[in-house]
Design a protein around this ligand. Structure first.
Ligand code: NAD
Length: 288
């Protein structure tokens, strides 16, 4: 297939590289990041999109997705599919899907879970919203970039699943960092803490797959001076999306709201911007 790939950042670059390595013809575009190995660089988003059977976008937020959609939808060939893998608000996902349908294109919202490790290893989970025909076209590509795909429902359903997942992630990462900071103060060795919790009822993806303590557990951004990875401001964005969605349907999410407040404080008042979302640990326990 011919694939346009727009947004070649921490996640997009390895995802695009995996599609190219599987034998697809991938043309990428990013306003700042270079094209990874095997991906040819386009001069504009429209150029990356114009000959593609499928255009994948992996962008920071819904506002940028809407901007890029304005550029690429008029350039795409009839019947092609726009597959947005970014995490964005449900309204932006539905608006872009509608715009694509009006132009005779297929559209999916297909946000991911699994982090940069999952993007590099082709082991992401995709949660997908959109019509069955577009899903059938794109599914083989998702199978290259990931190991699990769930078709969640109509347009926006993938984003709904994603913000619920990431509300859990924000709360569990924060409390995992709190637990390490508490263990430090109690004189408990971090490796012992990991050995116990990762095989006990406190285990989670935050502890087992993305341990926030350097030198402990699998390699994670903690081992790279907390460079993202998954930036704290992106975690905050997702928690805000979850809170806005909860507000819109009258759902009660007090723990999600607390996680949102804590990440907001970290990003805005404690130099969290530009750091990985697991850098809550050195903030809470700086001397350890
Ligand atoms: P990133 O900031 O590393 O990458 C985003 C890329 O988009 C950047 O390279 C940026 O230059 C590019 N970009 C911005 N505006 C553009 C435009 N107008 N045209 C073309 N390119 C443009 O972010 P990321 O970590 O790769 O995350 C991308 C998306 O995936 C986000 O929505 C994020 O919430 C989601 N996500 C990230 C992770 C993670 O672990 N990093 C995990 C799951 C989901």
């Amino acid at each position: 297939m011919k694939i346009g790939f727009i947004g070649l950042g921490n996640m997009g670059a390895p995802m695009a590289a995996n599609l190219a390595a599987a034998g697809h013809e991938v043309m990428g575009y990013d306003t700042a990041a270079p094209a990874p190995a095997g991906v040819s660089a386009a001069a504009s988003a429209a150029q990356a999109a114009q000959d593609a059977d499928v255009v994948v976008t992996m962008l920071p937020n819904g506002q940028i997705l809407r901007l890029v959609a304005e550029q690429i939808i008029p350039a795409m060939k009839p019947g092609a599919v726009l597959c947005d893998c970014s995490t964005v608000d449900v309204d932006s996902a539905r608006a872009v899907a509608q715009q694509a349908h009006d132009a005779g294109l297929g559209a999916l919202d297909a946000p991911v879970s699994g982090g940069i490790g999952g993007a590099q290893g082709g082991t992401l989970t995709f949660m997908v919203g959109g019509d069955a025909q577009a899903f059938t076209t794109v599914e083989p590509l998702l199978a290259i970039m990931g190991q699990k795909t769930v078709h969640c429902g109509d347009a926006g359903a993938g984003q709904a699943a994603k913000i619920c997942n990431n509300m859990i992630l924000g709360a569990t990462m924060h409390v995992t960092c709190e637990a390490f900071a508490l263990a430090d103060k109690l004189g408990l060795d971090r490796q012992k803490m990991f050995d116990v919790v990762s095989t006990s009822s406190g285990y989670s993806w935050s502890m087992n797959a993305y341990c926030p303590a350097p030198g402990v557990g699998p390699t994670s951004p903690a081992d790279n001076d907390y460079q993202p990875g998954f930036a704290a401001e992106l975690m905050l964005k997702d928690l805000k999306l979850a809170l806005a969605a909860a507000d819109s349907v009258g759902a009660s999410v007090p723990m999600g709201d607390k996680a949102r407040q804590l990440y907001e404080d970290f990003v805005e008042n404690h130099d969290g911007k530009g750091r990985d979302f697991s850098a809550i640990l050195p903030y809470l326990s700086p001397k350890a």
